[in-house]
Design a protein around this ligand. Structure first.
Ligand code: SAM
Ligand code: SF4
Length: 333
């Protein structure tokens, strides 16, 4: 991986926010059927194929030229891409890229993680909504918690620089597990993030039943002696809490809190190459036509920078507007 290169000034929008971070979806397909995301599983729709390695290479080179240095590979389930090792290698080898992260449901970790690590992966986020096997099965539709725990052990044994867990906070389904998580983190130097359930186009009823404010977690953490870690100026949206008796930390990601969008530091590109300025934005900007030849690089850079001027100050979730997003698998959550 190349550490220092001359890249352009960091992308900024009309509100002075800077964007060091791209979330790139590699596929909309998934082998899980999480009840809040794809309750009926992934249904292929016959539209054009997902971005190929060369297209991804051109895309990432353009964003790196504009000063971006962190790429997160997501989906759908990114580990379903057979060419994932090659994709990671291409992204990690792009001048200017310092961090290559993946968000995965973790089912393929035991088999595939060593290859991803060799290819240049630096950070791993694994989604794990429950520590209880039967609940995990009920939420995701698959009884695969033991393999995921095995994959986590492997990640730590390999010495991956950053390993984090994501758990969506679900009223009545997993909201009594905070004490178990605290215990889990006593000896494990991992970070767990509780994410507030977001309303998307497809999950309105589910959202009504299971959304819970992250403030309930924060109250319990403070009562148990956990304290907010001071935030770096360029920190993302998570607020992290630590406790002297625990090696791990606990974060909350609360998209419904009022100041959430002020800290936005990321852009998204869908698996078919549309730039999305906001997870809940009303439009996508097709970049794929400009990813076919190296010669289109200047036009690609111009399209990205022009579009960034249109990024809105915040999402419309409080008004029930979920934009174009039927579920997070469709855009790369
Ligand atoms: N399949 C991978 C995974 O589950 O980690 C990556 C894609 S998934 C869409 C990315 C993250 O979004 C996961 O942590 C998932 O739990 C979260 N997610 C999906 N739908 C969500 C929703 N409606 N609200 C909050 N988080 C959601
Ligand atoms: Fe698949 Fe991730 Fe959505 Fe679950 S949250 S259905 S693992 S894309």
């Amino acid at each position: 991986m190349t550490a220092a290169v001359s890249t352009g000034p960091l992308l900024a929008d009309g509100f002075g926010r800077r964007f060091p971070y791209l979330r790139l979806s590699l596929t909309e397909a998934c082998n899980f059927s999480c009840s809040y995301c794809l309750p009926d599983g992934y249904q292929a729709d016959g539209r054009p194929r997902f971005l190929e390695v060369d297209e991804i290479g051109r895309l990432v080179r353009a964003f790196a030229t504009l000063g971006m240095h962190k790429i997160r590979l997501t989906g759908g389930e990114p580990s379903l891409r057979r060419d994932l090792d090659q994709i990671i290698e291409r992204v990690a080898g792009t001048p200017g890229i310092r961090k290559v992260a993946i968000t995965t449901n973790g089912t393929l970790l035991p088999r595939r993680l060593p290859g991803w690590h060799r290819a240049g992966l630096t950070a791993l986020n694994v989604s794990m909504d429950s520590l209880r096997r039967e609940r995990f099965h009920a939420i995701t539709g698959h009884d695969r918690l033991p393999e995921i725990l095995e994959g986590l052990e492997l990640a730590q044994a390999i010495g991956l620089p950053s390993v984090k867990l994501n758990a969506v906070l679900l009223r009545g389904l997993n909201d009594d597990e905070l004490p178990a998580w605290m215990e889990f983190l006593r000896e494990r130097p991992l970070s767990v993030r509780f994410i507030e359930l977001m309303r998307t186009g497809d999950n309105a009823d589910y959202f009504q039943r299971h959304h819970l404010s992250a403030s309930t977690v924060v109250e319990q953490l403070l009562a148990a002696g956990w304290r907010l870690r001071p935030r770096a100026a360029d920190a993302g949206p998570a607020r992290e809490y630590t406790h002297p008796a625990h090696r791990g930390s606990i974060g909350v990601i609360a998209p419904y809190s009022q100041d959430f969008c002020q800290g936005c530091n990321r852009l998204r590109v869908t698996a078919r190459g549309d730039l999305r300025l906001c997870l809940f934005g009303e439009f996508g900007v097709p970049l794929r036509p400009l990813l076919q030849h190296d010669d289109d690089r200047d036009a690609l850079l111009a399209r990205i920078t022009t579009q960034l001027g249109l990024k809105a100050a915040g999402h419309g979730l409080h008004q029930g507007r979920t934009g174009l997003t039927p579920n997070l698998a469709s855009i790369g959550g």
